[in-house]
Design a protein around this ligand. Structure first.
Ligand SMILES: [Zn+2]
Length: 397
């Protein structure tokens, strides 16, 4: 080998390492974790789950997963030629697939109140106020729902934990800890380099905050969850609609609900080594069966309890799952990295006229007349709907 050949080889090896692609703050995946799933799934089932839940366009997964007759080959690292070989269960052998079942009593349920709330609600963009009325903070509403739901589920014999118990972050890190990462991120954004320096500092600051309240916070919760090992995770959120005019906030009319399971990894997402791993990991754990089962029951309960229509996505970032209205798959950080079946709840449009009015009334006993109708408080209605959904799921044999 000549001198240049050697240098060329080093350069080539270096570029392979450099091209491994990870989501910000993610660790390189440990592909050996898939070893326990060798010969556990048939080619047919693997392909069906891939195409109908996890990655609906073949052009999205084609560069990363090769399906052969007896094995799937999954590219371990972007830009490299290392593959993980997953051997299929031979088609003449079959696993007895038990249909999903659920019992509230005895289940280990983790409730994850979305966002942080408190002094962080404005930073995380989950805060709005109309005039000098009480601001609406999604994180705080989610915690109120979570606390009430926890006590109701415990009465029914579930073992319930919360990912957070206050309107405070779980992560110990703060935006300033992500200065370097944010600067590196900015340096990659070539089209932003010409902005005025004031604008550049603003963008970098926003990025530091995002690393804190979203990425680092969800990673911290995920670490907690790994120790608890729940059977089911319920992520509690309220949806919001874009403001018609962000300068002059006026409430919207749209009001609806939807429920998410994990799936619909898009081409740009599956290109990340960690996201590709998580997708295959969730597929092999067959968490989607459990997620869909619970999501469908809760979705039906939302329809009945709230009287709202189901929301329907239009873009490529979400995929309709099953026949029950309102159940969709999306790839979000929380429902991807939390290691258990995750059902992500998005009822109500917080900035709709009716919901806003109900939020302003706070939590109350019994019923109050709203728009000529007697209604429980929004928090109670939310909790009741989830309870009904879980009870229906428990009843199904
Ligand atoms: Zn939310």
């Amino acid at each position: 080998m000549g001198k240049w050949g050697f240098v060329g080889l080093l350069y080539f090896l270096g570029s392979l390492v450099a091209m491994a692609k990870l989501t910000d703050l993610a660790e390189p995946p440990d592909w050996a974790r898939l070893d326990s799933f060798q010969e556990s799934i048939s080619r047919q089932e693997f392909l069906t789950q891939l195409n109908e839940v996890y990655c609906p366009r073949q052009s999205w997964w084609f560069p990363w997963i090769e399906i052969e007759e007896h094995r799937a080959r999954i590219r371990k690292k972007a830009g490299s030629d290392e593959w993980y070989d997953l051997h299929f269960l031979e088609s003449n052998k079959s696993v007895t697939q038990s249909s999903p079942s659920f019992q509230i009593s005895g289940s280990k349920i983790l409730i994850d109140p979305g966002h942080i709330g408190g002094e962080f609600s404005e930073m995380e963009g989950r805060h709005f106020a109309i005039g000098d009325e009480n601001p609406v903070k999604e994180g705080e509403l989610a915690l109120s729902v979570a606390l009430k739901l926890k006590s109701e589920l415990e009465k029914k014999g579930a073992v319930v934990s919360l990912s957070r118990k206050e309107n405070q972050p779980v992560t110990q890190l703060r935006p300033k800890d992500f200065k370097e990462l944010a600067v590196t991120w900015f340096s990659r954004m070539e089209w932003l380099q010409k902005l005025p320096s004031e604008e550049i500092s603003k963008r970098i600051k926003k990025r530091e905050e995002l690393y804190f309240y979203r990425v680092s916070e969800i990673l911290a919760r995920s670490d907690k969850i790994k120790k608890i090992k729940p059977d089911l995770i319920l992520c509690i959120h309220l949806n919001a609609a874009p403001w018609p005019d962000p300068e002059k906030k006026s409430l919207v009319e749209r009001n609806d609900y939807h429920v998410l399971v994990n799936g619909c990894y898009m081409g740009g997402e599956i290109a990340y080594d960690d996201q590709r791993f998580e997708m295959v990991w969730r597929l092999l754990n067959r968490w989607e069966n459990a997620e869909r089962f619970i999501a469908e029951h809760i979705s039906k309960a939302f329809a009945i309890k709230t009287g709202l229509p189901a929301f329907a996505y239009k873009g490529p970032n979400a995929l309709k799952i099953g026949e029950v209205e309102g159940v969709w798959a999306r790839n979000l950080l929380a429902n991807r990295i939390y290691e258990a079946p995750v059902v992500f709840l998005e009822p109500y449009i917080a900035n709709s006229a009716v919901v806003y009015q109900r939020i302003q009334l706070g939590d109350y006993e019994n019923r109050k007349i709203i728009n000529g109708e007697k209604r429980a408080s929004l928090v109670r209605e939310y909790v009741d709907a989830v309870l009904i959904g879980l009870e229906q799921a428990s009843r199904q044999k």
